[in-house]
Design a protein around this ligand. Structure first.
Ligand SMILES: [Zn+2]
Length: 454
């Protein structure tokens, strides 16, 4: 592994003092940041120098919730309500063969890397018949792409499509196997979390088992929560009450090792319980608004004393994997809600996308800021162009002017994965051509199957 000197950029360290070092140099040795040099200090001999003049150099972004397997359906069903949207997307996924699945995941990994997301939480629910086989495929691909990949293995034992149902003994066995084989492997780049698929779709015993496994293996719990108003009715059918958070509380699934996505329709008492238990919330401001199911409860969680994370959610509900878009949308919606541009700061959005997001996932000792000793997961964002210049306030430029297309270089675990916007791990043109061919074939099969079932 070569040593790197990323030189001459505006370094947004996101360190405790939130220092910004104009014209400094980030030194990388053996996959970790070894020093941050002041402007003008020469790079040590033997380093490969990456000229970062004209760039903001910042920690790689933490995308705390997505679904890579939704890549093929990313242009479909934006005009449909949540239930039809799900049916369209599941219809396409149901047609996947193993090669379709692999390509879909690979496209998602490539897109996240090129978008500057060096840490990704991938919530994945697969038909029961595949056991752990396809999860292993996804983890193998993530190892090749080198980003910090958190696979949240989703599971269900009630009120769901019959082909997704597993019994609790199977869920416990398969989850344990996956954790024992992969959690912390590949130099710590692969991680596993437990993911009850939907709050009504797992029995109370299933939630209690989830807590036992989380404690036994010290892994996180990651759950979709109150994304739409319809969640409450389905929870009532399953448990006789309407509260997402009561389900988790009864099942022992609240706490600092738990991440809840969305939380768009919770009550004030539910937010109080989240705050009191140290439970983390992941905000996905693009996804809930594109489908029209809910706005992020940013102001309810931003001041609750716990770290919060930011996410894109999957391509099929977000279109892109653009964390810059997520920052801007979160800020804008919160400010409209409060009728106050001071309701939440640009810096807070940057924190949620980097160090605070990492803390919400329990990864802040390793990633989320540019400090000596941390993993060298960092990005160079081109701010010296007509889309972003003049960048007099770099934090505002990042949050309001930049998009994922401005990410020029991506370094993961000390290795250059994207250079001058070119992915070095795979050939993008081949990847997109294969994806187009396979996705359109899967979509045609899905339409034919839907016609047969009508
Ligand atoms: Zn999701």
């Amino acid at each position: 592994m070569e040593n790197l000197a990323i030189a001459g950029g505006s370094i947004l360290t996101m360190n405790p003092a939130r220092d910004i070092i104009q014209g400094g140099t980030v030194l990388v040795e053996n996959g970790r940041i070894s020093a941050i040099l002041p402007p003008g200090a020469p790079a040590p001999a033997g380093c490969r120098v990456v000229d970062a003049r004209g760039c903001a150099v910042m920690p790689g972004l933490v995308n705390a919730h997505t679904h890579l397997y939704s890549a093929f359906g990313r242009s479909l069903s934006f005009g449909e309500d949540l239930i039809s949207w799900l049916a369209t997307q599941k219809g396409v996924i149901a047609q996947f063969d193993d090669e379709d699945f692999r390509l879909c995941i690979e496209l998602g990994l490539a897109l996240n890397l090129k978008s500057g997301n060096t840490c990704v939480v991938d919530a994945m629910a697969l038909p029961a018949a595949s056991g752990n086989r396809l999860y292993r495929e996804a983890l193998g691909l993530a190892r090749r792409y080198k980003l910090l990949y958190v696979l949240a293995r989703a599971y269900t034992n009630q009120m769901n499509s019959p082909d997704y149902i597993e019994d609790l003994a199977t869920i416990e066995r398969l989850s344990s196997e996956l954790i024992e084989e992969f959690h912390g492997s590949a130099d710590g780049r692969l991680r596993i979390e437990l993911s009850p698929n939907l709050p009504w779709a797992l029995s109370l015993e299933g939630f209690r088992m989830t807590r036992r496994l989380a404690d036994r293996y010290q892994v996180g719990i990651h759950m979709h929560t109150s994304e739409s108003a319809a969640y409450a009715g389905l929870i009532e059918k399953a448990f006789g009450h309407r509260s997402n958070i009561k389900v988790y509380q009864d099942g022992g699934c609240l706490g600092p090792d738990v991440q809840l996505l969305s939380c768009a329709h919770l009550t004030d008492e539910e937010f109080e319980l989240i705050a009191a238990t140290g439970t983390r919330v992941v905000l996905d401001p693009i996804s809930g608004t594109t489908i029209g199911t809910g706005e992020p409860p940013t102001l309810k969680v931003a001041g609750n004393g716990n770290p919060s994370a930011l996410a894109t959610n999957g391509m099929a509900s977000a279109g892109a994997q653009d964390m810059f878009e997520s920052m801007k949308m979160m800020l804008s919606l919160a400010r409209v809600k409060a009728q106050d541009p001071g309701a939440i700061s640009v810096r807070r959005a940057l924190e949620m996308a980097t160090i605070e997001g990492a803390r919400a996932l329990g990864l802040d000792k390793e990633i989320g800021s540019l400090e000596p000793g941390k993993r060298a997961d960092l990005i160079c964002v081109d701010i010296d162009n007509v889309f972003c210049a003049p960048a007099l306030d770099i934090e505002s430029t990042i949050a309001f002017s930049c998009t994922s297309r401005d990410v020029r270089d991506v370094i993961v675990n000390g290795e250059i994965a994207v250079r001058d916007r070119k992915l070095l791990i795979a050939d993008e043109a081949t990847l997109t051509a294969q994806a187009m061919a396979r996705a359109s074939a899967a979509y045609e099969r899905a339409k034919a199957a839907a016609g047969r079932n009508r």
